[in-house]
Design a protein around this ligand. Structure first.
Ligand SMILES: NC(=O)c1ccc[n+]([C@@H]2O[C@H](COP(=O)([O-])OP(=O)(O)OC[C@H]3O[C@@H](n4cnc5c(N)ncnc54)[C@H](O)[C@@H]3O)[C@@H](O)[C@H]2O)c1
Ligand SMILES: [Zn+2]
Length: 695
């Protein structure tokens, strides 16, 4: 993570004035209905540029400048707040956070007693006023001093009940947003209504909250993060809400039946030290890609009311809290083309070709569009400006078109009428379209995958050979390879005695591969190499895997209720292929693994038993960078297999749960993250000596 974010450099007063105007217009659109022409990254760069210019030219500062103002000064309201609703100052890394904390402690003249750490929810701040336990008014943040009445939204916001548990008079503060599924639904409703859509969950929430008359209702979500008793309220409750630590206030809020982040994977916590704060930041950042709602950072607050009171406020933000910003996960770019490909399993998937854009540390050129229904639900068109989302290791995806940036030149996306690979018909009965020929459509791709280095690893079987065998009708799937005869091969062009014998020997060797690799070779949808290893370890035999129903499959770590039935269906479809492999004498067991206990027999152990006595027992290990020394010749998959042979768990992302990072040359963000989290880092050579017995 970079500590100094990029800025837009402004050359002179004219450029400065234009930048101020653009920022004010963008902020006005952003807070009004989410129709800014800039993505957040571009807006933030612009405002930092304005700030830098103002620091260098204090005499040129325009009164309309967005700097130092809540909502960039672009928003007004007519409902005064009892206590101002402020913004938050930002930091962009561990060092800046430490500087900020040191500054705060200098101001206090003593260390901060305890911190609270919670996600920075990416929605809109709202004040929810309750009288005698009943929700009576909703007010937006506005300019911080006065907001807009949006009480019409009462009753449409999940997590914000009409009635509290107690008949109390109090004001709750929190964030209104849309979850991923609420966003999907909102897009579909708007698409059906006027053929347009929302650009992203945040702008959908902004637009929805402020629109009074819409013929359709979109559901919103609320997470509370604060309580404000009325300043003249001297009741016991008001007094105790003024005096309790933030963490306990949040417990009280949850007790009133209001949603807080407590039940999410990124729940607020308290931390005694800045190290623990930093660790929690790492955990929240790591959880971000999997969350069903958007976060754009982590908020660090003084937990104790006394610390907060002593720290006080500036005109724009409290001094006792700060936002630790995470890199943007979304940018606006252009949809240039849509490509259609039939994958190994016969699934026909659209892929967006984008004007390249930098996002979360890499250049994004392609993004997934999932399926046809997804395109129509969003009303995407060629030439659209689109929001693209990418976080962590997830595949970038097109979120939605930015409808207010349309020029009128956009064109409908052509939808294929036949399989783009073989020209046969398309089975469109499911959301995921498939070629009617299924796996057979892309037999060559399936076979190339199956014999690849990380699966059956059959040496000397290049693509042109496979094509030759397919064309000659000798094989139709990879199981047929095991039945090839010497005479058949010698009858083909360019197959001499030596290459034939070498190939047959390589195929023979492949029969002995562990089940994890044989299973991976099947190319079951939704199971890659590491998932195949987990399945093989869990069930130990192919028979046990095939006997498992969806519920049993779900016992494997990382397989959820959505994936499990797909695996079961796939195994039924693959039954003839598996039977053929069994008949060929291909190994169907995982060395060293024990099949799961029969239900009702010995009491089942919680999770998988941790192998004892192995060097990496109960350790979670992540590998990054280029391997050197004894590991130099191993593929990443082979290193992961090695970790698991030695009793460890191979993982692809660094978190607080990581026991060790094996960092080779050119290790990048994973190394930085491990350093931040204090995860042990070893070189490939050190690691190799630790597990030499398993190499
Ligand atoms: N794209 C654009 O044109 C455009 C225009 C204006 C602003 N923006 C974006 O908005 C950001 C600035 O917005 P801002 O001034 O609303 O402030 P902010 O989003 O940086 O931070 C303050 C807000 O954080 C929210 N928040 C979330 N979780 C919280 C928690 N746990 N505790 C306390 N508060 C929490 C509150 O709503 C609070 O008002 C910019 O960084 C920019 O990315 C974009
Ligand atoms: Zn086809």
């Amino acid at each position: 993570m970079t500590e100094t974010p990029p800025i837009t450099v402004l050359a002179d007063d004219t450029a400065y004035a234009e930048a101020v105007q653009l920022a004010v217009d963008s902020a006005a659109a952003y807070y009004a209905d989410g129709t800014s022409t800039l993505d957040d990254d571009a807006y933030d760069r612009l405002v930092r540029g304005i700030q830098a210019y103002e620091e260098a030219h204090p005499e040129a500062v325009l009164p309309s400048s967005p700097t130092g103002k809540v909502a960039g000064g672009a928003v007004v309201g007519d409902v005064p707040h009892t206590v101002p609703m402020l913004s938050l100052d930002n930091v962009f890394g561990a060092e800046q956070l430490a500087d900020w904390a040191a500054g705060l402690e200098r101001r206090l003249g003593r260390p901060v007693t305890v911190w609270s750490v919670e996600p920075k929810l990416d929605g809109l701040a709202i004040s929810a006023r309750y009288r005698h336990g009943r929700l009576t008014q909703l007010v937006t943040r506005g300019d911080g001093n006065a907001g807009e009445d949006v009480s019409h939204a009462i009753g449409t916001i999940v997590g914000l009940p009409d009635r509290l548990a107690d008949a109390v008079t109090v004001e709750l503060r929190g964030e209104v947003m849309m979850t991923a599924s609420q966003f999907e639904e909102a897009c579909a409703k708007r698409q059906a209504h006027d053929g347009t859509t929302f650009a992203n969950p945040r702008s959908a929430a902004a637009g929805t909250l402020r629109t009074r008359e819409r013929p359709y209702v979109c559901e919103l979500t609320f997470f509370g993060y604060g309580v404000v008793p009325s300043p003249d309220d001297q009741s016991d409750l008001a007094t105790s809400l003024r005096e309790l630590p933030h963490s306990q206030i949040m417990d009280w809020v949850a007790g009133q039946g209001v949603q807080t982040t407590a039940a999410t994977p990124v729940a607020g916590i308290v931390a005694d030290t800045l190290e623990r704060v930093q660790e929690r930041i790492g955990e929240i950042a790591a959880a971000r890609p999997e969350l069903p709602f958007g976060i754009d950072g982590i908020v660090i607050k003084c937990d104790l009311a006394a610390d907060q009171a002593e720290a006080g406020f500036s005109s724009r933000a409290p001094r006792w809290a700060v936002a630790y910003k995470l890199p943007a996960t979304e940018k606006i770019t252009k949809l240039l083309r849509v490509e259609w490909n039939t994958g190994r399993t016969g699934v026909i998937a659209p892929r967006a070709v984008l004007e390249p854009v930098e996002l979360d540390g890499s250049i994004v050129t392609y993004a997934t569009l999932h399926n046809v229904a997804d395109i129509t639900r969003r009303g995407l068109m060629l030439g659209d400006s689109v929001t693209v989302y990418k976080a962590g290791d997830v595949i970038p995806r097109v979120e939605a078109p930015v409808v207010h940036l349309r020029t009128g030149d956009e064109q409908p996306i052509p939808i294929p009428q036949a399989c783009p690979s073989c020209g046969d018909a398309i089975d469109s009965s499911q959301e995921r379209w498939r070629c009617v020929r299924g796996r057979a459509c892309r037999a060559i791709a399936s076979i190339i995958y199956a014999v690849g280095r990380d699966q059956l690893d059959i040496e000397g079987l290049a693509e042109n050979r496979i094509k030759q065998f397919l064309d000659a009708g000798l094989i139709s799937d990879f199981a047929d390879l095991f039945f090839l005869t010497r005479d058949q091969l010698l009858g083909l062009e360019r197959m001499g005695e030596t290459s034939t014998d070498n190939l047959l020997a390589a195929i023979e060797q492949a029969k002995a591969r562990p089940l994890s690799r044989v299973f991976a070779a099947l190319g079951v949808r939704g199971t890659g190499r590491s998932m195949s290893r987990r399945i093989a370890r869990h069930f130990a035999t192919m028979d046990a895997i095939r006997a498992a129903d969806a519920e049993a499959i779900q016992q494997v770590e990382g397989i959820g209720p959505e994936k499990a039935p797909v695996v079961v269906t796939e195994l039924i479809e693959l039954a003839p292929l598996i039977d053929k492999l069994v008949q060929a004498g291909v190994n169907m067991t995982e060395p060293g693994a024990m099949p799961p206990a029969e239900p009702g027999a010995t009491p089942p152990a919680e999770g998988e038993p941790a192998p004892i006595g192995l060097p990496l027992a109960s350790m979670s290990v992540v590998v990054t960078g280029a391997m050197t020394g004894p590991l130099a010749s191993l593929s990443r998959n082979e290193v992961n297999e090695l970790i698991e042979r030695a009793g460890g768990k191979a993982s692809s992302s660094v978190s607080a749960k990581t026991s060790m990072l094996v960092a080779g040359e050119k290790a990048g963000s994973k190394r930085t993250k491990a350093e931040t989290l204090g995860v042990r880092i070893v070189s490939p050579e050190e690691f190799a000596s630790q597990v030499s017995a398993f190499l």
